[in-house]
Ligand binder design. Structure first.
Ligand code: KE4
Length: 434
């Protein structure tokens, strides 16, 4: 019989009550509230390697890695040391310093398509700025995004599909004006005909195609063979910019992200998460002729007090230096360990007669509680949310912390090894039982 309340949670509950006095829902980002899975979110006290420790002393194998940044594991000593070393010399200048170009050099080494870039403080800022730049560079107002892809919470990107694939977007959140949403075309992912129809309906009006090259925000959904190449071809033919949102996939799927893995050259790329080694750091960049339209050189305005912050630069430099120096071991290891976890649980589900579709690219993956293939948001949405929620709660009680939503990607770090694989499989064996 499963008790879903075996672990002590008194201290987390006290902290939740205190947090609710200050923050809506007690959180600073909605998905942390566990609304999609039920149960109350434990409060994390500290984290080390692949392990999270909550306020009541419970331990968890971390399979969401702060939503992607923690590819080297928590409290990775070279990153912590780099932050410590820099902090004593000042935490923000609001002026240029050598750390910015030092990190930019490493970014360009991993992403040769990023000829020029600009650092910002979140993926939202990176995507919002890249869209404004695409509009300023092309002089066009419409943009294309895809259902199930998330690019942060800028108004123009909180938009869902209108009635037809080529009709105007509709607000995906309260507070987004209809006029703003109408310039966003939200299309089905993995469907090139929909993109062609959108350009046919809006000739010479679409500034960019913005896409997660491997979707993480509907759960993990890989591009169909030829899909990214098709987007590249259409964008070039139509004079629109192709923007790959690699905030999640950058440095994750390979050192050069999805564009290296699938050999696609975008016009612009957005980066974040791993880039900052866990500190607030993101970037957008790409073709120099496009980027030079940004102030102070060009007419497109974009700015930020903490952009290029010395601590974030130091954490990013330590992270990328380690990934670059150990690329040959790290990515094959992430592939092996993630496959053991993802496929091991899939096998347990088969034996338990639980319908499960596992989508995985490298060290990001999702177990969809459906027996059908998941190739776009519509098919992901057919998953059994209640079954996922029950699985999530049982895994938490068994000491494995999955992202608290069926529509998120799970992540593995270099700190995950045989012990964590065993713990996850043992927990899943129980969690999948009737
Ligand atoms: P942030 O503004 O949250 O730093 O980045 C927005 C963003 C942009 N692009 C992609 C592909 C992303 O995945 C994200 C943020 N991802 C979500 C989780 N899937 C962040 C978690 C949260 O919202 O709390």
């Amino acid at each position: 019989m499963h008790s879903e309340t075996e672990k002590p949670h008194a201290q987390s509950r006290n902290l939740q009550r205190r947090a609710e006095q200050f923050f809506p829902g007690g959180v600073n980002s909605p998905v942390r509230a566990f609304r999609a899975v039920g149960g109350a979110p434990p409060f994390i006290e500290r984290a080390e390697g692949a392990t999270l420790f909550d306020a009541d002393g419970n331990r968890y194998v971390d399979l969401f890695g702060s939503w992607g940044p923690m590819i080297l594991g928590h409290a990775f000593p070279p990153v912590v040391e780099a932050i410590r070393e820099v902090a004593g010399r000042g935490t923000s200048f609001g002026a240029s310093h050598s750390g910015e170009a030092a990190l930019a050099e490493l970014v360009r080494r991993c992403f040769p398509s990023v000829e020029k870039m600009r650092f910002v403080n979140s993926g939202t800022e990176a995507c919002m700025s890249a869209v404004r730049l695409a509009r300023g560079f092309t002089g066009r107002n419409f943009i294309i995004k895809f259902e199930g892809c998330y690019h942060g919470h800028a108004d123009a990107l909180l938009v869902k599909a209108g009635s037809g694939v080529a009709t105007f977007g509709i607000p995906g959140s309260a507070g987004v004006p209809l006029e703003t949403a109408q310039h966003t075309l939200a299309l089905p992912y993995n469907n090139l005909a929909a993109v062609e129809a959108a350009f046919a309906a809006h000739p010479a009006e679409i500034a960019c195609i913005l896409v997660e090259p491997v979707v993480g925000n509907a759960g993990t959904i890989p591009p169909a063979p030829g899909y990214l190449e098709g987007l590249r071809k259409i964008a070039t033919e139509q004079g629109a910019l192709l923007i790959l949102d690699e905030v999640m996939t950058g440095f994750r799927l390979s050192l050069g992200g999805a564009q290296q893995l699938f050999d696609i050259t975008p016009d612009l790329t957005t980066l974040g998460k791993i880039l900052g080694g866990g500190l607030p750091c993101a970037a957008f960049g790409g073709r120099a002729d496009v980027m030079d339209h940004l102030a102070p050189l060009g007419p497109v305005y974009q700015a930020g007090t903490l952009s290029g912050n010395p601590l974030a630069m130091a954490a990013g430099i330590a992270t990328l230096k380690h990934l670059i120096a150990h690329e040959g071991e790290i990515y094959p290891q992430l592939e092996r360990v993630t496959q053991s976890i993802a496929e091991g649980v899939a096998e347990l589900a088969r034996k338990a007669g639980v319908p499960l579709t596992t989508n995985r690219v490298g060290s990001m993956f999702t177990w969809f509680f459906t027996g059908d293939p998941v190739t776009d948001f519509a098919s992901a949405a057919k998953s059994d949310g209640k079954a996922f929620a029950r699985f999530h709660r049982r895994m938490m009680e068994a000491g494995v912390w999955l992202p608290p939503s069926q529509f998120e990607a799970a992540f593995v770090s270099v700190a995950h090894g045989p012990t964590e694989v065993e713990q996850v499989l043992e927990a899943a064996h129980g969690a999948l039982a009737g």
